[in-house]
Design a protein around this ligand. Structure first.
Ligand code: PBG
Length: 353
């Protein structure tokens, strides 16, 4: 017997099944029941700041993303503000790298100059400083090496000094991305001792040892000269461990936590959202961006639709904000959607058009 024979479509003249398609018929109906919406200030744009002047060098594996010298920043930041983006995450590429990552501590270093410049020219832009040694070490590892291993406690001491140096230069938030143990506590104590008690910490709490960081390492010239980062970044096979990592960072004083990468870790984002009340950010990383760009360049996918669908999924999974290289473009697409539908940021109905 079929379902219809068994149940019938009607009993007493009333339909016996739910017509869920009712709420999908028109853009207005879909808009009315939409659970997740994107807006430009959901996005945080990463920027790669390099030494020299007049530099605007496109990163090959990340079309549309640039290594920018400090003098090129005001224009870029103005464009972002115009697009509705309120926060940038800064990475520095120093002229010289050494074993001790001393460029990361230089008060006139590339990241410090970048922060001072943005603070002076566009004080409304929120500046988040990435705190890690890998862009500043000649070996490309995230800290001080002891033999072939990254030494945890020496590295933590270095990170705390980097965080204070960025705070002194005008960072609004510091974001340690190294995955050393105890670094949030050390950074909190160092910031407090230096008079930066009000400066929040956004920790990369659950950061996986991911191959999706490939293009970033070209962008930031931070490929490890040997080995990899699996001794400190998390094993992609583990989800419960992320909960432990986030709990530790919140205990140590993190104000905001990051799950990274995003797309292959939506379950982790959901678990984190359901477990903790803290503000949660997801990092839509370089490889995720590069895949969309590459497939779009080949004409195999529609970049706008795939990027917005991806960002929607990351937010639906529970991320409050998203660090994404698509920030500026996505903000523009949302605006265009708004203009064409005359309803605020109703992008999803745009997708059907
Ligand atoms: C630095 C850092 C990395 C990323 C952000 N901060 C690279 C890494 O851990 O190897 C990756 C970001 C991206 O892929 O977009 N430690």
């Amino acid at each position: 017997m079929t379902w219809v024979e068994a149940n019938g479509f009607e009993r007493d003249g009333l339909p016996q099944f739910r017509r869920t398609r009712r709420m999908r018929r028109t853009p207005a109906l879909r808009g009315l029941v939409r659970e997740t919406t994107l807006q430009p200030d959901d996005f945080i744009q990463p920027l790669f700041v390099t030494h020299g002047s007049g530099v605007r060098h496109e990163i090959e594996s990340m079309p549309g993303q640039y290594q920018l010298s400090v003098d090129a920043l005001p224009q870029e930041v103005a464009d972002l503000i115009g697009a509705g983006i309120n926060a940038v995450l800064l990475f520095g590429i120093p002229e010289e790298k050494d074993r001790a990552a001393s460029g990361a501590l230089d008060p006139d270093g590339v990241i410090q100059s970048a922060m001072r410049t943005i603070k002076r020219e566009m004080p409304e832009m929120l500046i988040i400083g990435d705190v890690c040694a890998c862009e500043y070490t000649d070996h490309g590892h995230c800290g001080i090496l002891d033999g072939c291993e990254v030494d945890n406690d020496q590295t933590v001491a270095l990170l705390a000094r980097i965080a204070v140096s960025q705070a002194d230069a005008g960072a609004d938030i510091v974001a340690p991305s190294d995955m050393m143990d105890g670094r949030v506590l050390a950074i909190r104590n160092a910031l407090d001792a230096a008079g930066h008690g009000n400066l929040p910490i956004m920790s990369y709490a659950a950061k996986y040892a991911s191959a999706f960081y490939g293009p970033f390492r070209e962008a930031a010239a931070s490929m490890p000269a040997f080995g990899d980062r699996r001794s400190h970044q998390m094993d992609p096979a583990n989800a419960r461990e992320a909960i432990t990592e986030i709990a530790i960072d919140l205990d140590e004083g993190a104000d905001i936590v990051i799950v990274k990468p995003a797309l292959a870790y939506l379950d982790v984002i959901r678990m984190a959202r359901d477990t903790f009340d803290a503000p949660l950010v997801a990092y839509n990383v370089s490889g995720e961006y590069a895949m969309i760009k590459a497939a779009a360049q080949l004409g195999w996918i529609d970049e706008r639709k795939v990027a917005l669908e991806t960002l929607t999924a990351i937010k639906r999974a529970g991320a409050g904000r998203i660090i994404t290289y698509h920030a500026k473009e996505a903000a523009r697409w949302l605006r265009e959607g708004e203009a064409s539908t005359r309803r605020p940021l109703d992008v999803l109905s745009e997708w059907d058009a």
